[in-house]
Ligand binder design. Structure first.
Ligand code: SF4
Length: 384
């Protein structure tokens, strides 16, 4: 059993590769895989490629050769996260700006499980302020085991959902009790980027000579907003692209928010929502997050929304990625790769993803509907 340690210091990595191989060899199972945005910007390093080489197409190709029945993209679920989290942000912000003293501000992002665990342990009195939106990994699992399973006529227990994540904490997240139905988890197994590279090598697949292939539909379709979830500042930029247009009814004059980008551990920016200034904070690394949380606790926070990621650089610097040994230049190259994939996408706003629109039409109804709430939101616990 392979064991490695999460950079957040809280979690231990257990390799589930054996369980994935067993599932792939079981003819009674339909095995699907989702890949997180940051994986494509770093996996190539395990095959002697330059840091920042995008290997999205080769990664899809490798996963298909490993035997996955459908190769999907967590970026699809990142778009879905924006629909839910953005709607929640606008709802809370609207009430707050209308003078409602009960509403809790700022809203905090909730897609990083190490950060969620951190505030549950260290700031449980603030557990009502993070968004209730589940992370993209967990939204994917919930939709795969309901909507998608129904579509292909497979029973929940015969569908195996595997995640490829840059992250060690995602293993823990997928095992949380609230993300299972009658003991059957929404996400069955989470492998790290490094574990995927080992599995590819173990299977004698020559990664570098693979052709570029596309993700399967419908859960493989994503926008540029979903791609940038993998870097610090990306989640909040994706949220701004959608929240601005939904709130103002106007088309954004630009899509690149350079003021939200960068590598400094703590950043802030004000975005003009057509006359309403929205103050945004960004922290990566839990020491930086702590500073912002202390301000909130003291009632001194100036922010309406804050993005928090535990790892340096966000998921591009996750504990399951190829080792970067603290080299910020490597992280910057991975970050640049994600921004370039975003730039090259035809669609760059989550609310324009046609398969997300269809999912709401056919299944969920609307963002924050009762069904969406049941499947895509969660609650937090005092673990102090
Ligand atoms: Fe995982 Fe780190 Fe990304 Fe958080 S920031 S989701 S711990 S890889």
């Amino acid at each position: 059993q392979c064991v490695a340690v999460c950079p957040t210091g809280a979690l231990t990595e257990v390799d589930e590769t054996g369980a994935v191989i067993r599932a792939l060899s079981d003819p009674s199972k339909t095995v699907i895989v989702q890949t997180a945005p940051a994986v494509r910007a770093a996996l190539g390093e395990e095959f002697e490629m330059e840091a920042g080489t995008l290997v999205t197409g080769k990664m899809v190709s490798a996963l298909r050769r490993l035997g996955f029945d459908y190769v999907f993209d967590t970026d699809f679920a990142a778009d879905l996260t924006i629909m839910e989290e953005g709607t929640e942000l606008l709802s809370r912000l609207g009430k707050y700006l209308a003078g409602d003293k009960e509403v809790k501000m700022p809203i905090l992002t909730s897609c990083c499980p190490a950060w969620v665990k951190f505030f549950e342990h260290q700031f449980p009195e603030l557990k009502d302020i993070p968004s209730t939106a589940r992370s993209p990994q967990q939204m994917f699992g919930a939709i795969a085991k309901t909507y998608f399973a129904d579509k292909i006529g497979v029973k929940r227990e015969d569908l195996v959902v595997v995640s490829i994540m840059p992250c060690v904490a995602k293993k823990y997240e997928s095992s949380r009790d609230e993300f299972a139905v009658d003991g059957n988890p929404d996400v069955d197994h989470a492998l790290t980027t490094r574990e995927l590279a080992s599995l590819i090598n173990l299977s004698n697949i020559d990664f570098n000579s693979l052709p570029e292939e596309d993700f399967d539909k419908p859960l493989g379709e994503s926008t540029g907003a979903g791609v940038i979830f993998g870097t610090t500042g990306g989640v909040i930029e994706a949220a701004v692209r959608t929240a601005y247009e939904v709130q103002t009814g106007k088309m954004l004059p630009r899509l690149d928010f350079h003021e939200l980008r960068g590598m400094e551990g703590l950043r802030k920016a004000t975005i003009d929502f057509d006359g309403t200034p929205i103050n945004i904070g960004i922290a990566h690394g839990l020491g930086n997050a702590r500073q912002l949380l202390e301000e909130i606790k003291a009632g001194k926070s100036e922010f309406h929304a804050i993005e928090i990621m535990s790892c340096p650089g966000g998921c591009i610097g996750g504990g399951g990625q190829p080792y970067h040994h603290g080299d910020v230049e490597i992280l910057k190259k991975r970050q640049k790769a994600l921004y370039s994939e975003d730039k090259n996408k035809t669609l760059r706003k989550s609310h324009e993803n046609p398969h997300i629109k269809k999912l709401y039409e056919e299944f969920l109804g609307a963002p924050m509907s009762e069904k969406a709430h049941h499947l895509l939101h969660t609650k937090y616990f005092d673990r102090s």
